[in-house]
Design a protein around this ligand. Sequence first.
Ligand code: TMP
Length: 212
Amino acid sequence: MTDGGAGHFITLEGGEGAGKSTQIVRLADWLRTRGREVIATREPGGSPGAELIRKLLVEGPAERWDGPTEALLHYAARRDHLRSTVWPALKRGAWVISDRFADSTRAYQGYGHGLDLAMLARLHDVAIGSFQPDLTLILDLPIETGLARAAGRRGTETRYESLPRDFHERVHNGFLEIAKSEPERCAVIDASRDVDTIATAIARNVAERLGA
Ligand code: TMP
C-alpha cells in the first residue's frame, strides 16, 4: 500500500510558532540549489481533500472534537495527502518536505490529549501502513516564545492555541520523547537561535543523514 519510491521524505515538527514554515522555505531553496526537485507541503492539508479536513481541525472551539475523533480526522487527511501529493512525488524521485506529519499526532493527540500511543500506532498502520519519514527535524523552542509568536499571525486557525498551557507543555515533552526513542530518524534542532543559524544546522543534518 505504501510507496516511498526513490525520493526522500523529510518532516519538520515542533510546537506552535517554532518557525517551521520559514525553515522549510530555506531548506527547499538549499536543496534546489543542489539540483533537487523539491515539494514543500503541510499537514493537516497538502492536497485538496486534506485541506478541507484541515478547516474542520484548526477552526472553531477547542471542545469541538475529542482526542480520538481528532486522531481519526488527522489520519483521514494524512492518507489523502500521501496518496494525492507525497507518494507520487517520491515515486518520481523528488524530495518532499512536510510541515508536520505523524509525530504531530503522537505529540498532540497522544501526549497532549492522553491517547494511547499503541492505539495510535495501530491507527497509523491501518491508515497508511508502515510508511515513515526518512528524516524528522524537531524544532525545539520554549512554549511561551512559540505561543507568543503564533498568536501574532493567526487568523481563524486558533483552535489548538486556545488549549491550556499544560497541554502545550505535554506536546513539547512528547516531541522530545519521540526524538529520544528514535534517534536514527529524528534530530532535535535548537530553534531559539537566529534564522540563519537554524537553517545551517538543518542543512548540515540533511547533508549528513541523507547525503543531499
Ligand atoms: P500548524 O499550525 O502547524 O499548521 O498545525 C495546525 C495544528 O494542528 C497545530 O496546532 C498542530 C495540530 N496537529 C495535530 O494536533 N495533530 C496532527 O496530526 C497534526 C498534523 C497537526
